[in-house]
Design a protein around this ligand. Structure first.
Ligand code: 5AD
Length: 380
């Protein structure tokens, strides 16, 4: 299969003809079937902390917002991980804000305990952390790391991601570098973007999709931008890219998922909670029918679940883990697809290394060497 060109991607992102789009979705669905099959993998999402030191202009957890904050305890996280096993999930994702109250060694202990007590593949999504911390967690047994780069356009990135306060850093952070570094450490790496961030043009979104392919991502999460009224990008007068502005709509997300499937045939692509929020009836189904092959049921226990409101109106927060599980399984069933068994990692290359020691992974280097060679280090 030849790679789509930049112009072709832009053309499809702008396409509005429904018959043409049906063809795109059908083709993406076929590529999905051939490369990752009919299985839909379930990743139990545990939102372990809503503390955050960052002030991303779109996020409802940004530092400074007066919201109730929480950090789950070791035992609470372990209980949720055991529930993932009971519900038949092959993997779990521990997600949180960029919370330096989560100490590296404490987190490593949580990781070791989950790996010792369960067969789960373990994904972390804890923001931009130091190379030494990422390496420690990899060695403790973490298999995968999710870090959306949000936009590959350096100017838009810098405009909506202020550098972390209290550090010497004045330049914007570099999430793409962190992803490359984690790949070298032997993590499976996941990233993604929101479709429709104010200031995002078709050109930029097309480039984002090309970057997914260039990074050879193992996982790509794509959802709509959902305006949060208490954030800078949630204000009604937020400037945007005018005629070139990507709309934040379900259709835009589905096109982006389909094109990502065409460009990254083997990647795991979730039908995201944000997609389910913009279309509560069948947004998730549409995600699975346009290239997606993953669901991420929320396992976070109450009352924390209601406190992790990255954007308003988030789907599923009034349910509990058991309800989320049966709702999502029902949706998979009705589409004639089946729930994936086991960890459900990347089919080729990287997945063979999941769960093994970091030092067995291809391209593995000792931490000192990786850290020395990384442009990230200078920025920390
Ligand atoms: N709307 C949609 N998605 C959002 N995220 C953060 N804020 C919003 C928002 N307002 C997404 C980001 C982040 C992920 C955890 O949630 O892409 O990486």
């Amino acid at each position: 299969m030849t790679r789509m060109t930049h112009q072709q991607i832009i053309h499809w992102l702008r396409e509005t003809d429904s018959a043409a789009l049906e063809l795109l979705f059908a083709q993406a669905d076929e590529v999905r079937r051939q490369h990752v099959g009919d299985e839909v993998h379930l990743r139990g999402l545990i939102e372990i902390s809503n503390h955050c030191v960052r002030e991303c202009h779109y996020c409802g957890l940004r530092a400074g917002l007066q919201i109730p904050r929480y950090r789950m305890s070791h035992d609470e996280i372990l209980a949720a991980a055991h529930q993932a096993v009971l519900l038949g999930f092959g993997s779990t994702v521990l997600q949180g804000g960029e919370d330096f109250g989560i100490k590296a060694e404490w987190m490593a202990e949580v990781i070791r305990a989950i790996k010792a007590e369960t067969p789960l593949a373990l994904t972390l999504s804890l923001g931009e952390r130091l190379p030494e911390e990422l390496q420690l967690w990899r060695e403790a047994g973490a298999d995968r790391y999710l870090l959306r780069f949000e936009t590959s356009d350096p100017r838009l990135y810098a405009a909506i991601h202020p550098p972390r306060k209290g550090t010497a850093r004045s330049s914007p952070s570099d999430r793409i570098e962190q992803l490359k570094l984690m790949r070298q450490m032997g993590y499976e790496i996941g990233s993604g973007v929101m479709a429709g961030i104010p200031g995002q043009s078709y050109e930029m979104l097309a480039r984002d999709i090309e970057v997914f392919a260039d990074l050879d991502l193992d996982m790509v999460g794509i959802g709509p931008f959902l305006a949060h009224p208490d954030t800078p990008l949630g204000r009604p007068d937020t400037p945007n890219a005018g005629a070139e502005q990507v709309p934040s709509s379900e259709m835009m997300v589905l096109k982006t998922v389909a094109l990502t499937r065409m460009m990254c045939p083997e990647a795991n692509l979730p039908a995201t909670t944000a997609l389910a929020t913009i279309n509560t009836v069948d947004g998730r189904e549409h995600g699975l029918e346009s290239g997606g092959n993953v669901f991420m049921p929320i396992l976070t226990p109450s009352p924390y679940r209601q406190m992790y409101q990255i954007y308003p109106g988030k789907a599923c927060i009034d349910e509990d883990a058991t309800q989320c599980n049966s709702c999502l399984r029902g949706r998979i069933d009705r589409l004639g697809r089946m729930v994936g068994e086991g960890p459900g990692g990347r089919h080729t290359r990287v997945s063979a290394w999941s769960g093994r020691a970091a030092s067995d992974a291809p391209g593995w280097k000792p931490v000192a060497e990786v850290v020395k060679a990384s442009p990230l280090t200078v920025l920390q």
